[in-house]
Design a protein around this ligand. Structure first.
Ligand SMILES: *Cc1c(COP(=O)(O)O)cnc(C)c1O
Length: 482
């Protein structure tokens, strides 16, 4: 086992001072009320009720605490969003001040508000030069709904009423509204409630899945060529846009080969198709750039954002609209019949402004690019020597590893576990009980930690992951699964 190489991991740190001024939480009462009334997202409610939810009560830095006083290292940044870490009083102060000043006003009636304007200008400042306009929503899903309506309107306004098809990818995640779920490539979501018309999917650029016998660079070009094939199959005059996450998040941290995105850009340019980057995870420093498309060297026409824009302190999303689209919408469009009550919500925008101020002041984007990103890559990818790990990759501040039954020198020759065993869930259980939050996507274990991690905290996290991999190995050996 490898755990002896590392300093012992302190899992249950004292937490008493973190519960100051909080009413004591009766875990059982909360769990019972939770089971009785609260339908959780993406959850089997019956199964959860029999087990009981874990009640989260407190966050500080990279840690969260549950109602039993157990501390967990939050390797998932909440849900890919807690970029500046928990417990930022200055964001709470900014929100409180804005709530007292003007808690809400809409932007529908030829009215605006100061934080929304300031945030729009800030987003334009930090984004690539082609972006000069912002449309605000309340979430990433609403941002992608806005994308669908906006790209179709863009083509309508130029007389191309047939040009409505949007191409996305299998195993993409673009949210959970009707348009978001349809754009996403999750069959489990399509099966429940169907899909909106005019959205089609191509394969994902997942080297471990499809790259056997090829170099990553060759595979990247091949995966991009599926876009051109699909365009030719549908007819370029029918295709409005291509949408993708720079690195697929919820699909399991699928990091495309370096050749993929430039080739996608070339194909979109060749056929005049709008390129949309869903930056909901990759934006705001996650890959060591303000936006993930900058990491891959592409120039999208539209970018969806959410999550890291406020570090999840308050819900906010939106679309950065490039000049190509904005010029048509504004000059020819007349009224755009689209918007949300909370578009440009002043409190959410105030939270975002303070969040971005922190990211800039603490140089978190540069830190991920030059310091903690490379350090995480070095430490995390070394987990590939573990007997259960077939491959481990990191990119910026996201990382994933594959649990395999039998390792091989060539990643494509590793033998996977029978999916029915749900080894990823077994591993996730060991992570939780050892104080580590790591997500399982099938048998791929993923992290996307807060961007404020120190080297020591990265060491602690990777050591903890190794302890939990060891525990998983012992467990599944005892179950006879190896
Ligand atoms: C989370 C996510 C969304 C959806 O955002 P919500 O705020 O949950 O609606 C969209 N796209 C990507 C890439 C995401 O990770």
């Amino acid at each position: 086992m490898h755990s002896d190489k590392f300093a012992p991991v302190v899992i249950d740190a004292p937490v008493a001072d973190h519960f100051i001024a909080q009413a004591p939480v009766n875990t059982r009462t909360i769990q019972e009320l939770d089971a009785a009334h609260y339908l959780h997202p993406f959850t089997d409610s019956k199964a959860l009720a029999s087990r009981g939810s874990r009640v989260m009560v407190k966050g500080e830095g990279i840690y969260i605490w549950d109602s039993e006083g157990k501390r967990l290292l939050d390797g998932m940044s909440g849900l890919w969003c807690m970029n500046v870490g928990y417990g930022r009083k200055s964001i709470a102060d900014a929100v409180y001040a804005q709530m007292q000043q003007l808690p809400f006003y809409n932007s529908f009636f030829q009215t605006t508000n100061v934080p929304a304007v300031q945030l729009a200008a800030k987003l334009v400042e930090i984004s690539p030069p082609q972006f000069n306009h912002v449309f605000f929503t309340g979430s990433g899903s609403e941002g992608n709904d806005t994308i669908v309506r906006m790209v179709r309107r863009y083509w309508d306004l130029q007389g191309y009423q047939d040009r409505h098809v949007i191409i996305s990818r299998h195993n993409a995640y673009h949210g959970s509204t009707m348009a978001g779920a349809s754009l996403g490539g999750m069959s489990g979501m399509h099966e429940q409630g169907g899909m909106i018309a005019g959205i089609v999917h191509i394969g994902q650029p997942y080297y471990l899945e499809g790259g056997k016998g090829k170099t990553p660079e060759e595979f990247g070009i091949e995966a991009a060529s599926w876009l051109e094939q699909k365009i030719l199959e549908i007819g370029a005059d029918k295709v409005a846009a291509f949408i993708g996450e720079p690195v697929q998040g919820a699909g399991g941290v699928i990091i495309p080969p370096s050749t993929y995105w430039p080739e996608i850009q070339r194909i979109c340019d060749k056929y005049g198709i709008l390129l949309v980057a869903d930056e909901v995870i990759c934006g705001f420093g996650r890959l060591g750039y303000w936006f993930g498309s900058e990491y891959f060297g592409i120039q999208p026409d539209l970018m969806t954002f959410a999550k890291g824009v406020t570090s999840g302190y308050v819900p906010l999303g939106g679309v950065l609209v490039g000049d190509r689209v904005a010029d048509v919408l504004i000059e020819k469009g007349g009224e755009f019949n689209h918007g949300f009550t909370y578009s440009g919500h002043p409190v959410a925008c105030a939270a975002a402004l303070e969040n971005i101020r922190i990211i800039q002041e603490e140089m978190l984007v540069e830190r991920v690019r030059d310091d903690i990103g490379p350090y995480l890559k070095q430490k995390f990818e070394a987990l590939a020597d573990h007997p259960l790990v077939g491959a481990a990759q990191a990119c910026g501040f996201v990382a994933g590893l594959n649990l395999v039954q039998k390792k091989a020198a060539n990643v494509h020759d590793c033998v996977p576990f029978d999916a029915k065993l749900e080894v990823g869930m077994v591993c996730r259980g060991h992570m939780f009980s050892n104080g580590m939050i790591m997500r399982a996507v099938g048998d791929r274990m993923i992290v996307a930690p807060p961007l404020v991690m120190t080297h020591a905290e990265i060491d602690e996290m990777v050591a903890l992951i190794r302890v939990c991999l060891d525990a998983t190995l012992t467990d599944i050996t005892q179950r006879g699964w190896l």
